[in-house]
Design a protein around this ligand. Structure first.
Ligand code: ADP
Length: 450
């Protein structure tokens, strides 16, 4: 049974079938018992009445009357004396007589036999006694009508069993349509997904769990498509970023090899090669960092440290790069500040932010780094008066591989990884990051850690 619809139908069928069998059996037995009990009761009451009348007035007319009353197809009566000689009897009652035992000893109204399934008659005995005569009123009820009622009841139950079986079949068809069709459609959709066809659209969605599942599959398809596109872009960006410096490297290396070159020129070309190699290394380092952040075991190692020497160290490191580009770099911090964070990762964050500030600012502008306590946390602010970022890009710049306008990134380089790394490190610290920026005026990025 590989199909879910078959399984469902099977379990459904078994459960309903069992329920039905139990219920029908109970109902059948109950009805039968009630019917036979009612018949027995009627026989007993009639016998008692005849006996009472006889006790009150034992005459030939009474006997005649009783026999007349009980002379029908189903019932018969035989009245005997205490020696079991017949005093009066319904016509054609020889057969009934044979059913009687040779001696009757009953002293009260009782049944001689009630086994309607095995016997031809149900027999009740009612002793009477008057001053002149004692004996028994014996009542006979044919069991044949009970048998035919039993058969009729069976027929009804078989018929209703068949009808409910048909209904069950109908329920199976409907159930399999309602439940398994959407499941099969979703299965097909996921198969298409695994083949790389991401344009999945599931029609006729219900608003139950199946509908939610269908929505989840559609979202998954969109996410996969985005990831796929992102990966393609990523590869294209890497290829592009690596190929430019490599072209330079191979070009300059070829030139540096020329024998007629002066020592000074050779040194110049070698310096360019060293610089390009360094920037390549930086690029690869960024890529590795980005890949590392994807790993699930990425954790930050928080330790207490003083903010002042931390900022001083960073400032000393970045200062020469700013000087080279003729950008004014200043920094401020509150004395005696302590914080708990992963110092190395935080340093990487500030390096990336300062690198961007320098990258996207022209000569003559100003870049500022400040560190201050704010609401129990430490706020680091990197502010520049550079080219700025348009408002609609503010959220997107934190996405991996996002670069503001292709033309701009071509001019400025960069891979759109720096800020994604920054954001992930800040979030791993349960920190916050905000950006305030205006095109042509500058950018301020603030992070809160602590
Ligand atoms: P990249 O390596 O391209 O700099 P980032 O993730 O660091 O990647 O930055 C994403 C984009 O945000 C950059 O392409 C750039 O256009 C923009 N950006 C980041 N920082 C600044 C800034 N200080 N001033 C202007 N634009 C910025």
């Amino acid at each position: 049974m590989r199909k879910i619809s078959m399984k469902l139908a099977f379990y459904f069928f078994i459960v309903v079938f069992l329920m039905e069998v139990i219920l029908m059996f109970y109902l059948h037995q109950n009805m039968l018992q009630q019917q036979t009990e009612a018949e027995l009761q009627r026989l007993m009451t009639a016998g008692q009445n005849h006996r009472d009348v006889l006790q009150q007035q034992y005459t030939a007319t009474t006997l005649e009357h009783i026999v007349l009353m009980e002379s029908n197809e189903e019932r018969a009566v035989i009245i005997v004396d205490d020696e079991q000689r017949v005093l009066a009897a319904s016509p054609n009652s020889e057969q009934q007589l044979q059913q009687l035992p040779t001696t009757l000893t009953t002293e009260q109204n009782s049944f001689l036999t009630t086994d309607w399934q095995q016997q031809l008659y149900i027999i009740s005995v009612h002793p009477f006694e008057t001053a002149t005569q004692a004996g028994y009123v014996i009542m006979f009820l044919q069991t044949a009508p009970l048998h035919s009622m039993f058969n009729e009841l069976n027929e009804h139950f078989i018929l209703s069993g068949l009808i409910s079986g048909l209904l069950l079949l109908l329920a199976y068809v409907l159930l399999s349509r309602m439940l398994t069709k959407p499941l099969i459609r979703m299965k097909e959709a996921t198969e298409r997904l695994s083949k790389g066809q991401f344009s999945v659209k599931l029609v006729q969605k219900s608003n139950d769990e199946l509908g939610e599942l269908a929505n989840a599959i559609e979202t998954l398809a969109q996410d996969l498509q985005r990831v796929q596109e992102g990966r393609n872009e990523f590869l294209a960006a890497i290829a592009h970023e690596l190929s430019t410096p490599l072209t330079y490297l191979s070009g300059y290396a070829a030139v540096a090899k020329r024998p007629q070159l002066s020592e000074q020129q050779r040194q110049q070309y070698l310096t360019i090669i060293v610089e390009e190699a360094a920037s390549l290394k930086q690029l690869v380092h960024h890529l590795l960092e980005a890949a590392k952040l994807e790993e699930p075991q990425f954790t930050v190692l928080k330790q207490p440290f003083a903010v002042a020497p931390f900022i001083e160290r960073i400032a000393t490191f970045v200062q020469p790069a700013f000087v080279e580009k003729n950008i004014h770099f200043t920094y401020h911090y509150e004395q005696d500040l302590m914080m708990i964070a992963d110092e190395q990762r935080l340093e990487q964050v500030l390096h990336n932010l300062l690198d961007n500030a320098r990258h996207y600012s022209d000569a003559g502008s100003t870049v500022t780094l400040t560190a201050a306590a704010q609401h129990g946390r430490i706020a680091f602010v990197v502010s520049d008066t550079g080219i700025g970022i348009a408002k609609h890009e503010h959220n997107a710049i934190f996405e991996r591989l996002y670069r503001v306008e292709k033309s701009r990134s071509r001019r400025f380089g960069g891979m759109g990884i720096g800020l994604a790394v920054v954001k992930e490190i800040v979030e791993a610290h349960d920190g916050e990051i905000t950006v305030h920026s205006e095109l042509g005026k500058g950018t301020t990025i603030t992070i809160w850690i602590g």
